[in-house]
Structure formats: C-alpha cells, structure tokens
Ligand binder design. Structure first.
Ligand SMILES: Nc1ncnc2c1ncn2[C@@H]1O[C@H](COP(=O)(O)OP(=O)(O)O)[C@@H](O)[C@H]1O
Ligand SMILES: [Mg+2]
Length: 267
C-alpha cells in the first residue's frame, strides 16, 4: 500500500500542494485529475522521488520512503513526452534498462510483455517510424520490463485520439490487473480518468477536492469545482453523442466487423 501523509510542496513562496493525505491499495488504478498547473506532475514526481516534499511523509508497504532516493524506491515512470532514445530501435529501447538490471525480467516475461502490448511486428522499427500509440506502448514496455513496484504515467493518453486511445486504456487496465500493479495515471481529461480508473484523485488549488470511485463522483460530486469542471464537461459530451445517435442510429454493418471488437483493428 502507498500512503501519503500531510504532503506539502512549496516552490518559492507558492504552495503547490497542501496537506495531501491518501492511501492507494496494491493493484489499484488511480487517476490524478485536475486542470493544467494544479500540481499533478509535481505529485507524481514526489512519489517517484524526483522531487522532495517540503513536509509530509511517503510510505510504501510500511516502509518510510520520504528520504529514500529515487533509484532505491523501485517505482518507475512513463514521461509525458515518452523520452525514448531516437537513435535506438523499438527493441533496443525496450531492453535498454535491462543492461543494468539483467535479471529484472526473464526472456519469457519479456516476450509476454511484447505480445501483450502488440509490439512484436514493430521491434526492428526506428522510433521515428512509429505512430504515437506505438511509441507510447514502447515507452510502457520499457518501463514494465524493470518490474516497478508502482507504475506512474504522466498524461499517457493526451497525445492520442479515438480508438488508439481506447486501445491503450484497455492495455493499461489489462497490465494492472494481470500483474496486480499499482498504477497512477495523470490526466486533465475527466472522461479518461473516470472510464480508466478504480478511483480518481481530483486536485484543485493544491488540495484534494475528492478522492472516490467514478460512480460516487458522478452521483455525489464534492463541491462546485467538481460540478463545474468535471460533471458539466461530461454532460456536454453526453448530450452531443446522444443527439448524434438519436438522429441517426448506427447500423452495425456500417462499421464492419470492428463494431463487435472495437480495438481489433487498432495498431
Ligand atoms: N521546479 C519547479 N520550480 C518552480 N515551480 C514549479 C516547478 N515545477 C512546477 N512548478 C510550478 O508548480 C505548478 C504545478 O506544476 P505541475 O505539477 O507541472 O502542474 P500540472 O502537471 O498539474 O500541469 C505550476 O505552477 C508550475 O509552474
Ligand atoms: Mg503535468
């Protein structure tokens, strides 16, 4: 279990995060949701160990990690811009971290991960030849081969659209469930947060506005910020979609076989 107690982070004279306390269970998928600049990446960096809190405590499975350096925490992050090595191909990127930790994953585990992320046919391609979704999957594979105790993802879906986005969401869910991997995902998109995660941590003005499961947030939004920032956005989307389909109900033939398996054709 990951436990944050009274975490504060100040830059200069600005309090970026104030009194953040929460617990996250093993294997749970948690989205960190809030508007741009609210401190989401800062919170992820604090957990990773890239940034030190001004005050407060970070515990993992009963161990105090607050002053433990990043390399010894055993957490790992997929950065917002993927941070892949452009001079290496997909395979070389995936196995890069194994140079220093050759026993982190067995060959079988590596092969399984490559299949799970649908990367087998892209292994010899250079990074510049890959699409956004493929790059994202390479970045996730590169992180997972090192068997992190917690997986942190900073806006993993914000550069992706449509079915590619849904396909990556599905893969993140599968991996978290299959490996019982605690997964924290930063996003500024309410739909993404509420459809991907077990619980959503909503941050506003450096504080927790609500930390609950998606249904509870929809049914019992805790305050005006959540009603205005989250629920209103979702209601607009909902009415747009309903309006489109009420005027023209979809015929499954029009979508071909992919209507039954929406992610099958996505690469
Ligand atoms: N190293 C830093 N030094 C000073 N201010 C910072 C630093 N990192 C982030 N900030 C500030 O902290 C606030 C939150 O940033 P960030 O966590 O990146 O927001 P988010 O990821 O939610 O968009 C922003 O106002 C940002 O300018
Ligand atoms: Mg950010």
């Amino acid at each position: 279990m990951l436990k944050l107690s009274h975490i504060c982070k100040r830059y200069g004279d600005r309090d970026i995060l104030s009194d953040i306390s929460l617990s996250i269970r093993k294997g749970e998928i948690v989205s960190i949701l809030g508007p741009s600049g609210c401190g989401k990446t800062t919170l992820l960096n604090l957990i990773l160990g890239l940034t030190q809190p001004t005050s407060g405590k970070i515990m993992f499975d009963g161990e105090d990690l607050t002053n433990v350096p990043m390399q010894k925490r055993g957490f790992n992050i997929v950065f917002q811009d993927f941070a892949l090595f452009p001079n290496l191909n997909a395979w070389e990127n995936i196995v890069y971290g194994l140079r220093n930790n050759p026993n982190a994953s067995t060959r079988e585990e590596l092969e399984e991960l490559i299949d799970l992320l649908g990367l087998r046919k892209h292994l010899t391609q250079s990074i510049s030849e890959l699409s956004g979704g493929q790059k994202q999957r390479v970045a996730i594979a590169r992180t997972l081969v090192l068997k992190p105790r917690i997986l942190l993802l900073d806006e993993p879906l914000s550069a992706l659209d449509g079915l590619i986005k849904e396909s990556i969401k599905e893969r993140i869910r599968t991996i978290a469930r299959q490996f019982k991997l605690t997964t924290l995902i930063v996003t500024h998109d309410p739909e993404e947060a509420l459809t991907l995660s077990d619980r959503v941590l909503i941050i506003n003005n450096g504080q927790i506005a609500q930390f609950a499961d998606p249904l509870s947030i929809i049914r019992e939004p805790a305050g005006d910020f959540i009603r205005n920032f989250i629920i209103s956005q979702l209601m607009v989307k909902r009415s747009n979609i309903l309006k489109l389909f009420s005027d023209c109900p979809p015929k499954s033939q029009a979508f071909g076989d992919s209507a039954c398996e929406p992610f099958a054709a996505v690469s």
